[in-house]
Design a protein around this ligand. Structure first.
Ligand SMILES: *[C@@H]1O[C@H](CO)[C@@H](O)[C@H](O)[C@H]1NC(C)=O
Ligand SMILES: *[C@@H]1O[C@H](CO)[C@@H](O)[C@H](O)[C@H]1NC(C)=O
Ligand SMILES: *[C@@H]1O[C@H](CO)[C@@H](O)[C@H](O)[C@H]1NC(C)=O
Ligand SMILES: *[C@@H]1O[C@H](CO)[C@@H](O)[C@H](O)[C@H]1NC(C)=O
Ligand SMILES: *[C@@H]1O[C@H](CO)[C@@H](O)[C@H](O)[C@H]1NC(C)=O
Ligand SMILES: *[C@@H]1O[C@H](CO)[C@@H](O)[C@H](O)[C@H]1NC(C)=O
Ligand SMILES: *[C@@H]1O[C@H](CO)[C@@H](O)[C@H](O)[C@H]1NC(C)=O
Ligand SMILES: *[C@@H]1O[C@H](CO)[C@@H](O)[C@H](O)[C@H]1NC(C)=O
Ligand SMILES: *[C@@H]1O[C@H](CO)[C@@H](O)[C@H](O)[C@H]1NC(C)=O
Ligand SMILES: *[C@@H]1O[C@H](CO)[C@@H](O)[C@H](O)[C@H]1NC(C)=O
Ligand SMILES: *[C@@H]1O[C@H](CO)[C@@H](O)[C@H](O)[C@H]1NC(C)=O
Ligand SMILES: *[C@@H]1O[C@H](CO)[C@@H](O)[C@H](O)[C@H]1NC(C)=O
Length: 619
């Protein structure tokens, strides 16, 4: 009997441990966290201190179910360093969420993760993991797979086509895969909302069948080697909000059907080989905020419908062959943030309302054929960070406020035919680092207040009609690297203070009306390129500046002289007279004048004597 009961008891214990054994389970889970603490470092883990059974449920980042089983591990951005112990799911069999993105975890993909049969979310983004990826087919529950920003190699894991629960697939920036093509059977993933395969060495063409993946909200295939046409079937993705196809080799026209994507808020097909017109249907999309089509071969006009958009904030179409008018009402119905129209053949006036919403940061329209005046509204656009309209056919008076925009880094109106003056208020352009107005008809003085624009790095005012002195206050622009004032009408002498521009690498004052001596101190600027040619400078070229073949930098100043002709490039200048030479010359002049004077006196005396004789002999 005793034997029997003992047997019964032990078999009961055995049974218990086989059926349900919470203690063993928690031990096994605790064991994994011990393993983690050994394999990984980071302040979060060092705070994981065990205080009794299943206390790990209170650990930062962990979530347990009611049976103290860990169901989620959220350890993204915890500065973890090391490697994840493999076989995580034989220790944590109920794990549904594993997020260890943005840590310092290196090495290979932990293959044991494919044993996580109930895992729904796997996020291992931005870890620099390398090596081949396993067959994911067994992870039947997976809904979110984010392996972006790693260095995986080998074949792209097409086994994900088995995982029909997937809603998010993100492999963005894994540029070590073998070249691969998207298989037709990707359409099996009918629940997929996010498909990001940017920069993954994806080749081939975009399959028309993708049009069947109507759950898609975000489709990003940019930075790959996709060829061929954009299939019109994409127009069937009625839930799509983001369509990113930039940096590929896509050709042909932009399908009209893209204009059927009424939920679209971001569309980017830049840097491809697209031709034809921008479809009007796209310009009518009610929610489109971002439209980027730069660097293609698009032709025709921008449909005027775009100007009526109530959603548009960003329009970038630079480097195409677009012509004609820019919708003049652009910016009336929506608050624009960025506009880049550069390097096309637009020939209208600049759209006057782009800053109406008060949010415009970038207005870039360089190298087109824009005509007319710069509208006053741009000068009132205090939000502007960059204003570039160089190389157009703009005329008329530049609104003065353009020169004092408080947030602008770059003001560039070079290569037009505009007139006007630089106002004293330029002192308010505190953020301006590049100021380009060369090749225009800007006149009057350069105000000394320019020294208030303390962040200036590059100034090019060349080829204008600016007169008066070069303000000595320029010397306070400590960051100045480039100062181009050539081909103007600057007068007076070169301020000695320019020698304090320690960062300067190019100084061109040529072709002005500058007079006086060259300040000796300018040699402090060497080895900058200095050009003082074609002025009215006089006196010696400072010895310190005559090192090297700088002849071309001083020519066209006939009254400049050099100490010697040792450097052959100086042979066109006369030799300066030293003090000694000057003194002896004065001596000679004095002696000569004395002789001449005495001779004259003698001559006069003789003449008088003769006359007297004449009188004497007169009857
Ligand atoms: C978790 O912390 C709470 C208080 O913060 C405590 O009441 C509870 O007992 C802890 N649970 C475990 C398992 O340590
Ligand atoms: C998956 O689990 C099985 C059984 O627990 C184990 O034998 C195998 O080694 C695991 N696979 C990996 C890749 O860890
Ligand atoms: C992972 O966690 C980070 C930080 O909380 C979060 O931003 C990211 O969206 C998470 N990833 C997934 C796929 O849930
Ligand atoms: C994945 O799909 C392929 C092709 O349908 C099939 O042969 C394979 O058995 C699937 N693998 C798993 C683990 O379901
Ligand atoms: C999908 O197609 C690819 C390539 O042909 C293949 O490797 C994969 O096993 C297929 N998946 C399924 C589920 O059939
Ligand atoms: C979309 O799916 C339907 C039905 O499954 C199929 O008949 C059709 O060929 C598919 N379309 C494309 C473009 O693959
Ligand atoms: C999609 O766009 C085309 C061309 O713009 C149009 O003819 C067609 O009716 C649209 N289809 C749907 C379903 O809206
Ligand atoms: C697009 O960019 C490439 C490389 O920068 C350049 O060579 C090409 O001229 C650009 N295309 C157009 C249409 O401007
Ligand atoms: C402009 O300068 C101010 C003050 O220096 C600074 O706070 C601001 O961020 C700058 N704006 C831009 C757009 O750089
Ligand atoms: C340059 O200045 C001189 C003298 O101040 C003046 O006579 C001349 O008209 C000016 N030239 C131009 C183009 O402004
Ligand atoms: C120019 O150099 C002289 C002597 O080297 C010095 O006294 C003078 O302060 C310098 N002037 C400037 C503006 O640096
Ligand atoms: C200086 O300017 C003149 C006239 O603009 C030009 O001919 C010469 O090449 C320039 N010299 C240097 C060294 O750049």
């Amino acid at each position: 009997m005793a034997f029997q009961s003992k047997f019964c008891l032990s078999s009961f214990v055995l049974l218990l441990s086989l059926i349900n054994c919470p203690g063993a389970k928690t031990d096994k889970q605790s064991e994994y966290f011990s393993l983690m603490k050994t394999a990984l470092s980071g302040s979060t883990l060092s705070e994981w201190t065990a205080k009794g059974d299943s206390s790990y449920c209170n650990y930062t980042g962990l979530v347990c179910n009611s049976q103290d089983q860990v169901i989620a591990m959220n350890l993204a951005r915890q500065s973890l360093k090391g490697s994840l112990p493999p076989d995580v799911c034989s220790y944590l069999p109920e794990l549904q969420v594993l997020n260890i993105s943005e840590n310092d975890i290196t090495g290979r993909f932990p293959h044991g993760i494919t044993n996580c049969s109930v895992l729904k979310v796997l996020a291992m983004s931005d870890l620099l993991l390398s090596g081949r990826l396993p067959d994911f087919s067994s992870m039947k529950s997976l809904r979110v797979l984010d392996l972006s920003m790693n260095k995986f190699s080998g074949d792209f894991p097409l086994s994900i086509t088995n995982l029909t629960e997937l809603e998010v697939v993100n492999f963005n920036m894994n540029d070590n895969f073998n070249p691969w093509e998207l298989p037709e059977n990707i359409t099996r993933l009918t629940r997929l909302q996010t498909l990001v395969l940017s920069t993954t060495i994806l080749q081939g063409s975009i399959l028309p069948s993708i049009g069947n993946m109507t759950s898609l909200v975000d489709l990003e295939l940019s930075g790959n080697f996709l060829k061929g046409q954009i299939p019109p079937e994409l127009g069937m993705l009625k839930n799509l909000k983001y369509l990113m196809l930039y940096y590929n080799q896509l050709s042909g026209k932009i399908p009209e059907e893209v204009g059927n994507l009424t939920e679209l808020t971001g569309l980017d097909m830049s840097v491809n080989l697209l031709t034809g017109r921008i479809p009007e249907s796209i310009c009518r999309l009610p929610k489109l905020k971002i439209l980027q089509l730069y660097n293609n071969s698009l032709t025709g006009e921008i449909p005027t419908a775009l100007g009526d958009s109530t959603a548009l904030t960003t329009l970038s179409v630079y480097q195409n062959f677009l012509t004609g008018r820019i919708p003049q009402n652009l910016g009336i119905s929506s608050a624009m943030i960025a506009i880049d129209l550069s390097e096309n053949q637009f020939s209208s006036k600049l759209p006057p309302n782009v800053c109406r919403g008060g949010k415009l940061l970038y207005f870039l329209a360089l190298s087109n054929m824009f005509t007319g005046e710069i509208p006053q509204s741009y000068a009132d656009c205090t939000s502007l960070v960059r204003f570039r309209v160089s190389n157009n056919r703009l005329v008329g008076l530049v609104p003065e406020g353009i020169f004092s925009l408080p947030n602008a880094n770059i003001i560039d109106i070079a290569d037009n035919q505009v007139t006007g003056t630089i106002p004293r208020e330029i002192a308010n352009a505190k953020n301006m680092s590049e100021f380009f107005i060369q090749n225009n008809k800007i006149s009057e003085f350069l105000p000394s207040e320019i020294s208030g624009a303390v962040n200036l790095v590059k100034i090019d005012l060349s080829n204008n009609l600016i007169s008066g002195p070069i303000p000595s206050e320029l010397s306070t622009l400590k960051k100045l690297d480039l100062l181009l004032l050539q081909h103007n009408n600057f007068t007076f002498s070169i301020p000695e203070s320019l020698s304090q521009l320690k960062s300067l690498s190019i100084l061109d004052l040529s072709n002005n009306q500058l007079t006086g001596n060259i300040p000796e101190n300018l040699s402090k600027l060497l080895p900058s390129t200095i050009n003082l040619s074609y002025n009215h400078l006089s006196g010696p070229i400072p010895l310190s500046l005559t090192t090297g073949s700088l002849g071309e930098s001083f020519s066209g100043n006939p009254r400049l002289c050099v100490e010697s002709h040792i450097d052959p490039s100086y042979k066109n200048f006369s030799i300066c007279q030293t003090h000694e030479q000057k003194r002896s010359i004065w001596l000679w002049i004095t002696v000569a004048s004395a002789i001449v004077l005495s001779l004259v006196a003698v001559a006069l005396f003789l003449k008088r004597c003769l006359r007297k004789k004449e009188i004497d002999t007169k009857p």
